[in-house]
Design a protein around this ligand. Structure first.
Ligand SMILES: *Cc1c(COP(=O)(O)O)cnc(C)c1O
Length: 451
């Protein structure tokens, strides 16, 4: 009985799967926050290189992965698929549990899967520097590594509270050559405006986005990079599901349910979209996105047009949203604290093709600890939401005495997140359900867009 199902490096996929031609209905336009009209490629050129803008709207089902990108993917891909024999035994479940482990990348999560191609398309476009933002540092570290691989400079605006309190991912970014600036900073108009009003501001992801976007838009040689939500990010992550499908075929299996945690939607899209294609062709497979009850975008939000950021500088997209002025509580799964969701994942949820479920954080840490004591790997707090989903599916199979094959994405390891585990073991974590009134209040401020 195999525990790890491995593929040789020559099996690194040669193409990403683009779900756009297989979507249930046309895509909604992306709207310019200033004009409230659909954005054109020209509007996006100050921010992104042409190669990525083309991918954002491509109708081509399979998109070639450049050789230069596959060469770097070799450092950690193909990622292993594990059969969780020990977890199955601990649960006493008849279900088979498989997990695709993305924590073996240099940055420790799935994020380099898109950071590498983003750096590549910028390099061939002539970009000299990337400006980006990061919360706890997962995206900033992935992008720093990618820029180092392609000889690009990288400026990371890091939310100040994380800069001061979570130093290790900052150190990773600096090791890979990035300039890490605590946000709000005095380097941009957006940052200076906040500091003038709130000199002691701890920052927020919304402010850091505004600073990075302004930096890119005002420097000819600089472009912006985003680690989730956008179509091209979901596209790059499909390498996860494409590999997993091949590995499951080697094991002679096919999943009944595919599970991923959901922040902006990229790792979920990565594992689920290649299976959504089978589902569109009549396969019976469930796709389940797991989110925190403290930031319940897919389960409690509305499917409407909203701004991508708090400062209303980012484009407006039709997506599930809690409102752009939603104030995320300080939960420990920092990567799951976005008010919106990928428009592609949103459309699939709205069409009933993807299911969504919200879970509270204590149950997620309980699942993470159980997983780690059985399987060894210490999961990222974000990934623990997917583990909770998988364990619940396995326990349901046990109750019903049914066989079931479960596949989930273990999006990253938690070795730089041990303070979160300390808080859990110290009894300092509270379950938190974001109040319905607060959501209603935020949703009253959606932009009025008619498309
Ligand atoms: C950033 C992150 C997430 C959440 O982002 P998605 O775009 O929803 O995938 C999940 N897991 C890990 C380990 C992360 O670093």
């Amino acid at each position: 009985m195999q525990t790890k199902i491995l593929l040789n490096e020559d099996r690194i996929p040669k193409q990403w799967y683009n779900i756009i031609p297989d979507m249930p209905g046309p895509l909604s336009p992306v709207i310019h926050p200033g004009t409230l009209q659909p954005v054109t490629p020209d509007d996006l050129l100050p921010l992104f290189p042409m190669g990525l803008i083309e991918q954002e709207v491509s109708q081509q089902r399979w998109i070639d992965i450049p050789d230069e990108v596959r060469e770097i993917y070799r450092l950690w891909r193909p990622a292993p698929l594990y059969r969780a024999h020990r977890l199955e035994k601990a649960l006493g479940t008849p279900a088979k549990i498989y997990y695709k482990y993305e924590g073996g990348s240099p940055a420790g999560s799935h994020k380099p899967n898109t950071a590498i191609p983003q750096a590549y398309y910028n390099k061939i476009f002539g970009t000299k520097r990337i400006a980006t933002e990061t919360g706890a540092g997962q995206w900033g570290s992935a992008m720093s590594f990618a820029c180092q691989m392609f000889g690009l400079a990288c400026t990371v605006y890091m939310v100040k509270v994380s800069f001061n309190q979570k130093p290790y991912r900052k150190s990773m970014m600096q090791l890979w050559g990035s300039n890490v600036i605590p946000s709000p900073s005095d380097q941009t108009n957006a940052g200076r405006a906040i500091l003038a009003q709130f000199p002691d501001s701890n920052g927020s992801l919304g402010i850091a986005i505004s600073e990075a976007v302004e930096d890119a838009a005002t420097h000819e040689d600089t472009r912006y990079a985003l680690g989730s939500v956008l179509n091209h990010v979901c596209l790059h992550q499909t390498i996860i599901g494409i590999e997993a499908k091949e590995q499951l075929a080697i094991a002679g299996d096919y999943p009944d349910v595919v599970i991923g945690c959901h922040g902006g939607g990229s790792n979920f899209a990565g594992i689920a979209f290649p299976f959504a294609a089978d589902k569109a062709n009549g396969k019976n497979v469930r796709l389940l996105a797991m989110e925190p009850t403290s930031c319940p975008t897919l389960t409690k939000g509305v499917y409407e047009f909203d701004y991508g950021d708090t400062a209303k500088m980012a484009p407006i997209a039709k997506m599930y949203t809690l409102g752009h002025d939603f104030m995320p509580p300080g939960i420990h799964a920092g990567g799951l604290r976005y008010h919106g969701a990928s428009p592609l994942v949103s459309q699939l949820v709205n069409a009933g093709i993807v299911e969504a479920k919200a879970v509270a954080q204590k149950g997620c840490f309980e699942a993470a600890v159980m997983f780690s004591c059985a399987e060894g790997i210490i999961p990222a707090p974000e990934s623990s939401h997917a583990i909770r989903g998988a364990i619940d599916e396995a326990l349901q199979a046990k109750e019903e005495g049914k066989e079931k094959t479960i596949l989930f994405c273990l999006s990253g390891h938690g070795q730089v997140d041990m303070t979160a585990y300390d808080a859990y073991f110290g009894g300092q974590l509270e379950d938190y359900e974001y109040p319905a009134e607060a959501i209603k209040e935020s949703l009253a401020h959606l932009p009025k867009v008619e498309f």
